[in-house]
Write a protein that binds this ligand. Structure first.
Ligand SMILES: CC(C)(COP(=O)(O)OP(=O)(O)OC[C@H]1O[C@@H](n2cnc3c(N)ncnc32)[C@H](O)[C@@H]1OP(=O)(O)O)[C@@H](O)C(=O)NCCC(=O)NCCS
Length: 435
């Protein structure tokens, strides 16, 4: 990558950096992920997220490590479907395996050697008795013994750790108020933690790169709604089914976004979180995009969108201060927490309003977003009894002409706007009657 590409890439990721700062993500890693060669890279990406201000809860599984410990102890584990029946002997193996995996993750997050991406990262990882468990009980006559379910998550205690910038590490186990330990599914811990913390995202890292598409097994579905996923469930198997079910539960309980990623792909986490294309499957409740009124918190995101267009001379420069005072005039389209389009309406007289700052992020053009904003602002103008809207443009004349605007003379502008007209810029004026 040459320097200019690097600068471009960095600028493109900055809206995501701003959107993720201060947000809570719950990230689940299967026991297989910890044993994978790519795990060192995942740890570095976790460190990067922490340094960018993401509030991170990591939930780890330990299934292969438990199998290994049982093997060493020469114990044969009983399963019912995918679920292990954890008797007292198996519980000892669970305890040993979870202890080893937990300390391995803590050790890796402590690396601060020079010449590594972790140099100077100084990450604090905290774990504790944050998960209260209850026994799964006897189902169809089978006693699952020490196999349990999440009963409660200590949201306050976890929140306090996250407030201090610490990473919280949870294992796939929990304790009952009577002091017994229970073996839990990591997916259950991750899902219930995300719900309890009202996390922004639940991210499950498994063996595969998201869910396979209907068309070809090797093709991955990049985005899917919960309704679409529910219809797909019957054809999913194994890990896909278990992870998809967790995402459905989480999103239906109010988590905005759940992601399925592969722990085998180097950089999958960063690609999913900081690029438009992503690297796995994103599961959301419905429309990923929302057209809404802008508020003061959106000023940073709108500036990110406008600055490149201002630098190219397509839009007139607006300072942060101006934007802050005029924010109520803006509508925007938000997708995945990022502002991808905006437009503003400035009324001049009782009958005439200016349409300005119409901008759609480059990656999202030609998806009718410009049209959606134009329609929304035209409707708003009509409800405010405006008869006409006008726009000043240097390079987008035809886009407006194709949408019913006609070229007009400067005398068509209200007096107040005529005195602000920049003759050097020589913008064309287009006007449209609202019917
Ligand atoms: C103009 C703009 C807002 C349109 O947004 P969008 O969401 O891509 O628009 P839509 O999907 O509704 O329309 C896409 C159509 O507009 C066309 N279009 C885009 N820019 C155009 C331009 N400058 N002139 C003429 N047509 C243009 C596209 O080619 C596409 O046409 P097609 O479907 O026939 O291929 C977007 O291109 C943009 O942000 N441009 C830079 C900022 C700008 O010029 N703003 C206007 C300042 S007043």
């Amino acid at each position: 990558m040459d320097n200019s590409q690097y600068v471009k890439w960095f600028r493109h990721s900055s809206p995501y950096i701003n959107a993720h700062r201060g947000k809570t993500f719950v990230l689940m890693l299967e026991g297989d992920a910890i044993a994978d060669n790519n795990f060192a890279h995942i740890v570095q990406d976790i460190a990067l997220l922490n340094s960018l201000g993401v509030r991170l809860v990591i939930v780890h599984g330990a299934r292969p490590q438990i199998d290994q410990a049982l093997n060493v102890l020469n114990i044969k584990s009983q399963f019912n479907g995918d679920l292990r029946i954890t008797d007292q002997a198996a519980l000892n193996a669970v305890r040993a395996a979870i202890g080893i995996v937990k300390s391995d993750i803590e050790a890796r997050l402590s690396i601060g050697l020079p010449n590594t991406p972790m140099h100077g990262a100084r990450i604090r990882v905290v774990s504790g008795n944050f998960v209260t468990a209850k026994p799964k009980g006897v189902i169809n006559g089978i006693d699952f013994q020490h196999t349990g379910e999440v009963r409660r998550i200590d949201r306050r205690a976890i929140g306090q750790q996250l407030d201090q910038g610490n990473i919280v590490l949870l294992s796939s186990c929990g304790y009952s108020p009577s002091g017994e330990m229970f073996n839990l599914a990591a997916e259950d811990v991750a899902t219930q933690t995300a719900i309890s913390l009202s996390a922004e995202k639940l991210i499950l890292m498994g063996k595969d790169e998201g869910l396979p598409s209907n068309k070809a097994e090797e093709e991955v579905i990049s985005q899917i709604t919960t309704d679409e996923l529910s219809q797909l469930m019957s054809r999913l198997k194994g890990e896909h089914k278990i992870h998809a079910q967790s995402c459905l539960t989480a999103v239906k309980a109010g988590i905005k976004r759940a992601h399925l990623l592969s722990h085998k792909v180097d950089g999958a986490l960063l690609q999913e979180l900081f690029t438009h294309e992503g690297a796995g499957t994103l599961i959301t409740a419905g429309d990923y995009e929302q057209l809404r009124q802008a508020s003061i918190e959106d000023v940073g995101g709108i500036l990110e969108l406008l600055i490149p267009l201002e630098e190219q001379g397509i839009l007139v420069r607006r300072s942060r201060e101006v934007l802050e005072t005029e924010i109520s005039r803006f509508k925007l389209i938000e997708r995945d927490g990022i502002i991808i389009a905006c437009a503003a309406l400035y009324p001049y007289s009782t009958e005439l309003a200016e349409l300005a700052c119409v901008a759609v992020s480059e990656e999202y053009r030609s998806g009718n977003r410009g049209d959606r904003l134009l329609n929304a602002l035209s409707e708003q103008a009509k409800t405010e009894n405006m008869k006409k809207i006008f726009v000043l443009t240097t390079r987008t004349a035809h886009w407006f002409m194709e949408r019913g605007f006609s070229e007009a003379d400067i005398s068509a502008l209200p007096q107040e706007r005529q005195s602000l007209y920049n003759f050097q810029r020589n913008s064309k004026i287009f006007i449209k009657e609202l019917i």
